[in-house]
Design a protein around this ligand. Structure first.
Ligand SMILES: C[S@@+](CC[C@H](N)C(=O)[O-])C[C@H]1O[C@@H](n2cnc3c(N)ncnc32)[C@H](O)[C@@H]1O
Length: 213
């Protein structure tokens, strides 16, 4: 739960900074699920148009539960078929956020997504969360224990700079997941969580990769 909260805390902050620097922009949540960034960040980013994209069956559930407020458009599709972007003004500055999604795919899929997004969006940045090989081993052990073999993870990034070179994009930031959480939660979490967060940060087991496409 702390991992999820830390991820949203960082992504909200990155979206706020992006919207402040680009007063008219798109913020696209790919594989949005029931993520509620719009309600946390939307009022701080009045010139940003939010898009929430996910598989059709997920968008249907999202529409039923969260509705579709103005300035927060729902798009049903497959993330890896960029025709989902057809209704977006792709010449506008765009922040693409992919949170909790790429891990379930292979590195080649992620590189393919980036190559296609570079063709479709003329001025975009991409932020996604990633795990290295060690982190992936740890997480997959945990996932196997739950018995959900459909949730195994495959994409591992051990060298973000090398990955960015391979993807032919500029690496803007590699942000450890828990730096802010460790500061905010100082004295409020047990020793296990404290140590686990410090190890994850120090060994790059969970980080956010921010690139310019
Ligand atoms: C672990 S959830 C993360 C949800 C949300 N981004 C968050 O951070 O809370 C993964 C999401 O990716 C979506 N997803 C998986 N494969 C997808 C695909 N090919 N295209 C679009 N969305 C996909 C799932 O439906 C699910 O909503």
């Amino acid at each position: 739960m702390i991992a999820s909260a830390a991820r949203y805390h960082n992504l909200d902050e990155m979206a706020r900074v992006y919207a402040a620097a680009h007063p008219t922009c798109n913020i696209v949540n790919v594989g949005c699920g029931l993520e509620t960034m719009f309600w946390r960040v939307g009022s701080d980013a009045p010139g940003a148009w939010f898009y929430e994209m996910d598989l059709p069956e997920v968008i249907e559930v999202r529409r039923r539960i969260l509705g579709a407020p103005e300035r927060d458009e729902l798009i049903a599709g497959d993330a890896f078929d960029l025709s989902w972007a057809d209704g977006i003004n792709t010449s506008q500055p765009t922040l693409i956020i992919v949170s909790g999604v790429f891990q379930y795919f292979h590195n080649a899929d992620v590189l393919g997504f980036i190559a296609d997004a570079k063709k479709v969006f003329s001025d975009a940045e991409l932020v996604f969360d990633a795990t290295n090989t060690k982190g992936l081993e740890y997480v997959n052990k945990y996932v196997k224990k739950t018995g959900n073999s459909a949730a195994l993870m495959y994409c591992a990034i051990d060298d973000p700079a090398e990955f960015a070179r391979e993807a032919d994009c500029e690496l803007l930031e590699v942000r450890p997941f828990y730096t802010a959480a460790r500061r905010i939660l100082k004295g409020k979490v047990n020793l296990y969580s404290k140590v686990a967060m410090a190890i994850a940060d120090r060994t790059s087991r969970a980080f956010l990769l921010h690139t310019k496409l």
